[in-house]
Write a protein that binds this ligand. Structure first.
Ligand SMILES: NC(=O)c1ccc[n+]([C@@H]2O[C@H](COP(=O)([O-])OP(=O)(O)OC[C@H]3O[C@@H](n4cnc5c(N)ncnc54)[C@H](OP(=O)(O)O)[C@@H]3O)[C@@H](O)[C@H]2O)c1
Length: 214
């Protein structure tokens, strides 16, 4: 697939690297430092490049939004039209000091994004994964099948979900369809639980979760 990464930091950089390693055509974009994007693309290998958000989006099958919440308006302006695009967002609607959710209970960051890009097919995914786990997978390869972590995702469009499922697998995770986009209201607080376990315990940030049924 052709993937536009809007926000190429810890999350976007690592996910783009994982997908490029599986042969997807990845364009890293939306940085204040073009050299950083070029270096990231070089590190990600021959199927990655750096570019401008609007160019990346125009050619893309899937757009990954991996940005700080306070930059959302700038990113949407830079990305241009998202009409008809599958837009995966791992972005969390955090307050500017990153201490709490700015949106919740009756809405979610993913739903706010869908409101601002009404003709995009928004899927919430990967926000429950610490970037350090992604970096670990970049460096060490996927975990064994039996120990593969889950990624719960949510969205309203079944066709868009069909694009995202193989991308979740290609990143090294077991996809779990959590339902419609409004379920992002539960995913986003759950992501804060994962962050709590990752950053506020002594066990380290390379942590994932896995749903099991008897
Ligand atoms: N990190 C995690 O473990 C994690 C886990 C789950 C969800 N999330 C969520 O995923 C999203 C991305 O997180 P991240 O950790 O990948 O963030 P990050 O490392 O800060 O990446 C943000 C990207 O946005 C770019 N950007 C462009 N203009 C910017 C501006 N004015 N201010 C700040 N950044 C700007 C940055 O580029 P330059 O700095 O190169 O300019 C960078 O590439 C956030 O919503 C976060 O809450 C993160």
């Amino acid at each position: 697939m052709r993937i536009a990464v809007i926000g190429s930091g810890r999350m976007g950089g690592a996910l783009g690297r994982l997908w490029a390693a599986r042969g997807h055509e990845v364009t890293f974009s939306f940085s204040r430092d073009r050299h950083r994007l070029d270096a990231l693309a070089k590190r990600a290998g021959p199927s990655a490049r750096a570019g401008e958000p609007a160019d990346a989006v125009r050619d893309a099958d899937v757009v990954l939004m991996a940005l700080q919440w306070h930059t959302l308006d700038d990113a949407l302006a830079a990305a241009g039209s998202l009409a008809g695009k599958v837009v995966v967002s791992c972005s969390m609607p955090m307050t500017p000091d990153d201490s709490a959710l700015a949106v919740g209970m009756t809405s979610s960051g993913a739903e706010e994004l869908a409101r601002r890009a009404p003709r995009a097919n928004v899927i919430s995914a990967f926000n429950t994964v610490p970037s350090e786990l992604l970096a670990h997978l970049c460096d060490s390869g996927p975990l064994p099948e039996a120990n593969r972590p889950s990624v719960a995702y949510a969205g309203d469009d079944e066709g868009a979900k069909a694009f995202v499922v193989p991308l979740i697998r290609d990143a090294g995770f077991d996809p779990v369809d959590a339902g419609p986009l409004m379920v992002a209201r539960y995913l986003e607080p759950f992501a804060l639980l994962i962050a709590q376990l990752a950053y506020e315990t002594d066990d380290g940030p390379e942590v994932g979760y896995r749903f099991v049924r008897p």
